[in-house]
Design a binder for this molecule. Structure first.
Ligand SMILES: Cc1cc2nc3c(=O)[nH]c(=O)nc-3n(C[C@H](O)[C@H](O)[C@H](O)COP(=O)(O)OP(=O)(O)OC[C@H]3O[C@@H](n4cnc5c(N)ncnc54)[C@H](O)[C@@H]3O)c2cc1C
Length: 495
């Protein structure tokens, strides 16, 4: 197939998606990936017969019939994979008061349970549930890239999301501001911490509406299987991929990107270069900070990031029938990890997917936010770093023992991934797991896929799609190829 050649940096979901759509449209492509596996942040790893999942808590818009589901299917994401619809998103539990609230797909039950906890909050509960109900089954459509969108496209998109507009206008405040409408401190905290306190409230309604509409799902066997399926699709389309190939520099001549130089010193050239790798290292290291404008500086200086996390996982020879698969727990006594107080953690019990453990076993995982600098610096002293990881595992296990007496004796595997681990494997800026935090400013902004003054170069992935996440990573690759096709006078195809 004759066509322009493209070098893609990174085989995360955005790089794989860019590669798939580029191949579908006749470009020749080669991906350079520093890790030995595809998927980037969307991954999982093996520990003595247990699969530790490092990513998907919920995959949005994956129900058959949803417009976005078309993208998953175009990329073969579910080929050989079983999608499991999500019925419970989280159970909020407060250790101090003993109160709990299960957030399930049943909005009537959610309303009744919240009103039972705090009848005086009926008004705010109705707002939350009515907004979520109105957006149940809501189809976001597939956004066309702003770069090539005409007036008619914009009108079509507005029509597509007309059901959402009222809520965007009325509930554009952050979730933490909306939560102030709740008088009961437990409910206020549940609403604030359910997902991202800074995100616009209408997005909370979209997520709860997707839960109620059966549009959220999980992939059996773990997140890596999802990424591997897309990598298979890419290779079946004839795309090349080189693993263990870390790009050190983007080659530029006369302000035109020409190719890349790898850590092993080899140089590779192509007509176009796309970085689907971390935004900060692309702009400030691979390109030496030569193509930066005020807006880019502003983003890196002042936009908040999704804070990095620690994942403490255990493979245990025990089963947990009926346990909530995901709990947000407010601890009575904070944990001290890495010199930081942890007041809240997310506990996942992977009891819904027996393929992740040997017969009779289950994976348990605790996730909480952690400072990047501490772990990044600590890794300089390997023994202290390892000791701190072991202490984190022991302290978390002691807390879980309170929930599941006898657990400590059933642990067969313990695994701790720190912010440094996420950085080491993916190079994401400050270990962030989803890029720019979904604030009002970030959600409304458009981050360009090009850099000022640099030709033949583009970016894809979570660093050009504020709010990050799997759907944006995937459609950013699709959108980019639509832009390239338009520039090359081709009709975009997704087959
Ligand atoms: C714990 C956790 C939970 C999450 N939960 C969810 C969820 O429930 N739902 C959801 O939608 N999203 C979730 N996400 C976020 C989602 O995984 C990411 O937003 C998405 O996968 C980002 O994809 P990407 O391709 O843009 O970036 P990345 O995954 O970071 O991919 C970039 C790739 O580039 C490679 N790379 C970097 N530098 C170089 C270089 N110099 N040379 C060569 N290769 C390089 C990296 O190794 C990586 O493979 C979660 C993430 C984590 C970590």
């Amino acid at each position: 197939m004759a066509g322009k050649s493209i070098i893609i940096i990174g085989a995360g979901l955005a790089g794989l998606s860019t590669g798939c759509y580029a191949r579908m449209n006749g470009y020749s492509t080669r991906i350079f990936e520093s890790h030995t596996l595809p998927g980037g942040l969307c991954t999982a790893w093996q520990r003595r017969g247990y699969t530790i999942d490092g990513c998907i808590h919920w995959l949005m818009a994956c129900k058959p019939g949803d417009s976005f589901r078309r993208i998953y299917d175009e990329l073969g994401a579910f080929e050989g994979n079983r999608l499991m619809p999500l019925e419970n998103i989280v159970c909020c539990r407060d250790e101090a008061s003993g109160r709990s609230l299960a957030v399930t797909a049943d909005l009537d039950r959610l309303s009744a349970d919240m009103k039972a906890l705090s009848p005086e909050d009926a008004g705010a509960i109705d707002e939350l549930v009515e907004g979520s109900r109105a957006l149940t089954g809501f189809d976001t459509g597939i956004p066309k890239p702003a770069e090539i969108k005409g007036k008619l496209d914009s009108l079509k998109e507005i029509w597509q999301v007309r059901g959402l507009l009222k809520y965007v206008l009325r509930y554009n405040m952050s979730v933490k501001d909306f939560a102030q409408r709740f008088k009961d401190p437990f409910l206020r905290r549940c609403v604030t911490d359910l997902f991202v306190p800074e995100m616009p409230t209408y997005f909370l309604f979209v997520v709860l509406g997707q839960l109620a509409g059966g549009q959220l799902g999980l992939v059996e066997g773990g997140s890596l299987r999802f990424s591997q399926a897309i990598a298979r699709r890419y290779q079946a389309l004839g795309g090349e991929i080189s693993y263990g190939a870390s790009v050190q520099k983007i080659l530029v001549e006369n302000d035109r990107a020409l190719g890349v130089c790898l850590a092993d010193g080899s140089e590779h050239r192509a007509d176009l270069v796309v970085s689907a790798a971390d935004g900060h290292s692309t702009i400030f290291e691979m390109l030496g900070g030569r193509y930066v404008d005020q807006a880019t500086r502003h983003r890196f200086a002042s936009w908040p990031l999704f804070e990095p996390v620690i994942l403490v996982s255990f493979g245990v020879s025990r089963q947990f029938p009926g346990e909530p698969s995901s709990s947000l727990i407010w601890l009575r006594e904070p944990l001290s990890v890495g010199g930081q107080e942890v007041k809240t953690f997310m506990l996942r019990v992977f009891n819904y997917d027996p393929t992740l453990a040997p017969p009779g076993g289950t994976v348990l995982q605790v996730m909480f936010e952690a400072g990047y600098g501490y772990w990044y610096n600590l890794r300089q002293e390997s023994s202290r770093y390892q000791a701190e990881k072991s202490k984190a595992a022991a302290d978390v296990l002691a807390r879980l023992e309170g929930y599941y007496p006898g657990l400590a004796a059933q642990v067969e595997v313990a695994d701790v991934a720190t912010p440094y681990t996420f950085w080491r494997y993916t190079h994401n800026y400050r270990g962030s797991y989803e890029g720019w935090l979904m604030t009002k400013e970030a959600v409304m902004a458009r981050v360009p896929k090009t850099l000022p003054g640099l030709a033949n170069f583009y970016m894809a992935g979570q660093w050009v799609e504020p709010g990050g996440g799997i759907p944006p990573a995937l459609y950013s690759g699709r959108n980019l190829v639509q832009i390239l096709c338009k520039l090359d006078g081709k009709t975009f195809t997704a087959r």
